[in-house]
Each structure stands twice: as C-alpha cells, then as structure tokens.
Design a protein. Structure first.
Lengths: 107, 248
C-alpha cells in the first residue's frame, strides 16, 4: 500500500496535463469567440473522431470484427438499445473467431 | 431542409439531479466496453511494479485509458516523470476541442458544476451528450452522469485487473477487445445525420486515420489527423453551401 515519491510525481504530472486538456479547450474558446469555420469544425468533430478511432482496428480485426460491426449497427438501429447492440456484437465477433479457429483459419 | 439541423436549443439549459441520473443509467451499457480495457490497464500496472494504491491513484485522478496505456508502456523504475507527463499530454490533447463543442451546455454552468463536469469528460460522454443536444436535450446534468458512471466502472475494472493479476489474462487479439470497438460503433449510430452532411467527412476521417496508421505514425497522430481532416472537410462543405461570407 505504499506510494513512492517518484511515482506520485509522475501521476500528478499526468493528472495535471489531463485536466488541462479537458478544461483548457473550453476555457480558451469561452474567452475567444471562434470564427464560423471553427464552430462548424467543432460540430463535425464527434462523428469524425469516432470514425477515426474505429477504422484501423476494425479493418485489422478481419471477418470476425466486420461481422460484429454489422450486428452492432443493425441492432442499434433496430432496437436503440446500446447494451443489446454491444453484447450481440461481441457475441458475433467471438463466435466467428471461434468458428474460424475451429476450421483452422487463423485465430 | 429549411432549418439547419443543429440549431442550438431555444429553451434554457438546466442542470438537474434527474439529468445526472439519466446520464448515469445511459452509461451502464458502456461498462461492458470498459471491462477488457480496464482489466488490461490493471494487469499492466501490476506487471510494471505499481502498488495497488499507486494504480488506484493514477486511475482515479488521471482517468484516461489510452493515455494510461501509453504511459505504462514506457514506465521504468524510478518512474519516468517527464516522459509519462508528455506522453499523457500528447494523447489527451484530443479532448481540448470537446469542451469547446459542448459550449451550448457548459456556458450555462458555474463553479463545481462546470469545472467538475469537465473533469469527468471522456470520449463517450462527449459523443452521447452531443447526440442528446442535437435531439433537443437541455439538461447538462446528463453529461456529468455519463462521466461519473464511466469513471466508477473504470476504477472498478482497473482494480479488478490489478488484484486479479495473473489469473485474469486477456491476451491481445482476444475477441473481448471487440467490446470497445462495439461501444464506439453503437455511439456513432445516433450521431449520423445522413449521407449529405456526414458521408464525405466520415469517409475522409476513416481513410486518413487508416493511412496514418499504415504509415506507422505514433499513437495519437492517426486519430488527430483523421478527425481533423474529416471535420475540416465537413466545415468547409457546410460553409461553402451556406454561401457564408466572412470566413478566411
């Protein structure tokens, strides 16, 4: 249960820059009204951020990940139930992974 | 469509206990997505020689999975104070524009409600709050509720990983890791505003991120380049279409 000084300092440094990242953008942009282009860019950022997040690992994941992705999106559209969509997607990816491994294709 | 779909809410923004509770409940499905990632961070912290107290302190006050992963990868003894701090900043700087994008809600908050809510801001709570805002939501407590729910599940899963140590081994490439991708995909569905608005920007965001990833650029760069390329294109199309004067 000890906390060493060097570890404490590293953690505090990490925490400080993380809070600065979370609060800093808002603090700056509240003081300076951004031009219309920046406002439009900020409106487009959420979707683009998540697409940029998922694209590389999704393509690298191969058929199990693609099948899982189709199931997640279909269920989210049909039921609007996030838990059902995530669980079914993981189940589909896992099932296909196991199936391919059983057939001797990767895994 | 005559009215722009993202017109800011006309009604007053509020911050209620009910909103916080609604956000907390909405975050529960995401806990499944946190599980494999949190366990990995816990196991890795133990493997790098961090005590349980140190691991919990980092997880509680840093509360940023990708940054913790990167910092732990380069962890040494004695602790790399400067390297860990810089690596964390590079990964987390992506969150700076999020608070700015949530200004329609945050502008109405003061004191701990504002600065405390910002402390819990993560990618998921940001995206879900934006979707709620677009659907006419005006209770800023929703954002804090999601953030708190994710924070609790994050601390719990990391603790599980640290305590479980060797027992809970989740090898890289395990299908459980698909849970975090699944969480991101299910968040994307309500953010979609149709092919005319989001089609090209999302395509470009994905392609640029992929190209940067294939070019082996270091960790946060594919994400940053992809999201800003897509969002920049979206903004350009939007302003050009509107014939809006006065942008340079």
């Amino acid at each position: 249960m000890e906390i060493r000084l060097d570890v404490l300092l590293a953690i505090l440094g990490m925490a400080l820059v993380t809070y600065a990242s979370r609060a800093g953008g808002y603090a700056v942009l509240r003081a300076v009204r951004p031009p219309p282009f920046v406002q439009a860019l900020l409106r487009h950022l959420p979707g683009c951020l998540f697409v940029a997040y998922v694209t590389p690992p999704l393509l690298a994941g191969g058929p199990p990940a693609w099948a899982g992705a189709v199931v997640v999106i279909a269920l989210q559209l049909a039921t609007r139930n996030m838990a059902a969509a995530i669980l079914a997607g993981v189940g589909a990816a896992w099932g296909m992974h196991a199936g391919l491994a059983a057939l001797g294709w990767g895994g | 469509m005559a009215i722009p779909p993202r017109a800011p809410p006309r009604q007053r923004v509020v911050f209620t206990r009910i909103g916080v509770r609604r956000g907390f409940v909405a975050s529960i499905p995401l806990w499944i997505g946190m599980l494999p990632f949190g366990v990995v961070i816990g196991v890795l912290s133990a493997a790098k020689g961090l005590s349980f107290a140190e691991t919990m302190l980092m997880t509680t006050i840093v509360f940023a999975g990708a940054a913790q992963l990167v910092a732990l990868e380069l962890w040494t003894d004695p602790a790399p104070i400067l390297a860990a701090t810089i690596a964390t900043l590079v990964v987390n700087i992506r969150m700076a524009p999020m608070g700015a994008a949530l200004a329609p809600w945050l502008d109405r908050l003061r004191g701990w409600k504002l600065w405390g809510t910002l402390a819990t801001l993560v990618d998921h709570s940001f995206a879900m709050a934006v979707a709620d805002q677009r659907a006419g939501g005006r209770d800023a407590g929703y954002l804090l509720g999601i953030g708190l729910g994710i924070w609790i599940s994050w601390v719990a899963t990391v603790a599980l990983g640290h305590l479980g140590g060797g027992m809970l081994r989740v090898p890289p490439g395990h299908p459980l890791f698909f849970a975090s991708i699944a969480a991101f995909l299910s968040i994307l569905v309500p953010l979609w505003r149709g092919a005319r608005v989001d089609g090209l920007p999302w395509l470009v965001a994905g392609l640029v991120a992929l190209a940067a990833h294939r070019a082996a650029l270091p960790v946060p760069l594919p994400l940053l380049l992809g999201s800003f390329a897509g969002a920049g294109l979206g903004a350009w199309i939007e302003l050009r279409g509107r014939g809006m004067p006065g942008w340079k």
